[in-house]
Every structure is written in C-alpha cells, then in structure tokens.
Design a binder for this molecule. Structure first.
Ligand code: ZN
Length: 237
C-alpha cells in the first residue's frame, strides 16, 4: 500500500528532521492515538500507585527537600529513570528546549534558593533538536520558539555534539556566575552532563557523561573528582 508506506516514511523523516525543518508542519496529531495513550497512562498510573502504597504518598505529602535541581532538555528521549531509580521528592525538575537557565531562571532559582538543592545538574543530550536549530537558520519559526533559541550561544554550523557540549558548559558558566558565593562556600555543586544515546562522544551509547564540575572541564581532573569536593574542602577550613 503506497499510502501506508508514505505514512511510515513521513514518520521516519519527522523523527530525524531537525527542529527547524518542521517549522511549518503544524500537524494536528491523531485523536485515536491520544485516546489509546491516555488509557495506557491510566493503566500504568494505577499500577504505580498500587505498587508504591499509601505510606509512600504520605511521605511525599509532608513536603519536598530535593537534593538536586535538574535542568534538562524537554526531548522525549531524555528521562530521569535513566540515572535515578527514585526521583520522587529528590529531583526538582526543570525542562525546556536546550536545557537552559535563561528561559527558566525563576524555576531554577526556586530549586536552589528556596528548596535548598545542593546539586544543580544541567543535562544536555546527543542529537538535540534545539541545538540543531540554534546552529542554523531558525528565522521562520514561531516567535516564542525563536526567543527560546536566541539564548543558546553556539556557533552557526557547529557539529551537533560540539554544540550540545558548548551549550551545557555555557549553562554551567551562567550558574557559577549566579551562585558564585554558594559554590565558593561549598553549599552548591554545579555539574554539566551530556546524556549520549547516540554514542556521539564514543563513551558508550546511553551513558550520562559528566563534562563539567564547577567549571572544571579537564576530563582527567573530572575523573578523579569526588562529587561533593567543594563541601569536603570547606569542612577543613
Ligand atoms: Zn534537546
């Protein structure tokens, strides 16, 4: 069936096409798919609630003290279950296109300043559509999307994974400027990482590669860096 083949081809193309190429593709989706999916969600949700039990939810009801504030890309291929088995109550999540501080500053400030997260984790990822768009011409996109891409400072035409890494490092730099005192006092650790499902960094597909800790980007030094270094050092003084 030609029509079926065309549909499959279009679906495959949409998956690999960078964000900018989909600018004029305001497709309405499929209500039947949505209805099936919401049923799946309800089934999964019921199973989750039953498995966790009342005590678990009672504990959550008391409040939150997330150890980490996380700024990750909205990309559907990126989720916290890849690196945290128990994120509930522990990860204050901020997600936007291009895992940026600039477009969600208040949310990040809330996590760090008011909820007291001692880890600020920035998570970029391979094959990021926002990075692809920002490194090219995105002038035809919607104004709000353009606005969120304008704050991604990477070179035009840069290789995808290099753009991803530069952007993560830029976010760490911005965070270190915002929370300079807290980092210096050992109250906050700022970590930049790249979730690399495409193995573009040649460290293994699916690895979360830490590329920046408090501004340190030398791989040899990062390797020997115990995570709460700043706090441990602080304790000696
Ligand atoms: Zn992305």
């Amino acid at each position: 069936m030609f029509k079926k083949q065309l549909a499959a081809l279009l679906a495959a193309a949409a998956f690999v096409m960078p964000m900018a190429a989909q600018a004029s593709d305001h497709h309405a989706g499929d209500a039947a798919v949505a209805q099936a999916f919401i049923k799946e969600i309800q089934t999964d949700q019921n199973a989750y609630a039953a498995a966790k039990g009342a005590a678990f939810f009672q504990e959550l009801s008391k409040g939150q003290k997330p150890r980490a504030t996380v700024v990750s890309c909205s990309d559907s291929r990126v989720h916290t279950n890849m690196w945290d088995k128990t994120p509930e109550g522990d990860l204050f999540m901020i997600r936007n296109i291009g895992n940026q501080l600039a477009t969600a500053k208040g949310s990040v400030q809330y996590g760090v300043n008011h909820l007291g997260s001692s880890l600020l984790l920035i998570v970029g990822h391979s094959r990021c559509g926002a990075i692809g768009a920002a490194s090219g011409d995105y002038s035809s996109l919607e104004e709000p999307i353009k606005k969120e891409l304008d704050t991604i400072n990477i070179a035009k035409g840069v290789a995808s994974i290099d753009g991803v890494k530069t952007n993560v490092n830029n976010q760490v730099t911005a965070a270190l400027k915002e929370w300079a005192a807290q980092v210096k006092n050992g109250e906050l650790l700022v970590v930049g990482a790249v979730y690399d499902f495409a193995d573009d960094m040649k460290q293994g597909a699916g690895k979360l590669n830490v590329i920046n800790i408090n501004g340190e980007t030398d791989p040899a030094k990062l390797h020997n860096m115990p995570a709460p270094l700043a706090k441990a050092e602080h304790g000696h003084h």
